[in-house]
Design a protein. Structure first.
Length: 76
């Protein structure tokens, strides 16, 4: 059984129940929908991520991960 991880899914439009079902997902798999961006956080397997990425309204799919900005060193 594949591990389920959180993925960011950027879309143009809204994901419908039919879109999710076509990718083997359900609305219960949606962890969060950002209000100011058309981005969902969806818990899914890598196979499901590949499937949802084929939808025309999906712009990108990437694994959700922590991003850090390195501290700037004072050059003085």
């Amino acid at each position: 059984m594949e591990d389920r991880k959180d993925y960011l899914v950027g879309v143009s439009g809204e994901l419908t129940e039919a879109d999710l079902e076509a990718s083997g997902l359900s609305e219960d798999d949606i962890k969060h929908r950002y209000a100011m961006m058309k981005v969902y956080v969806i818990t899914m397997t890598e196979t499901e991520a590949v499937a949802i990425e084929t939808l025309d309204k999906v712009n990108y799919v990437e694994m959700d991960q922590e991003v850090r900005i390195p501290e700037q060193r004072n050059e003085n």
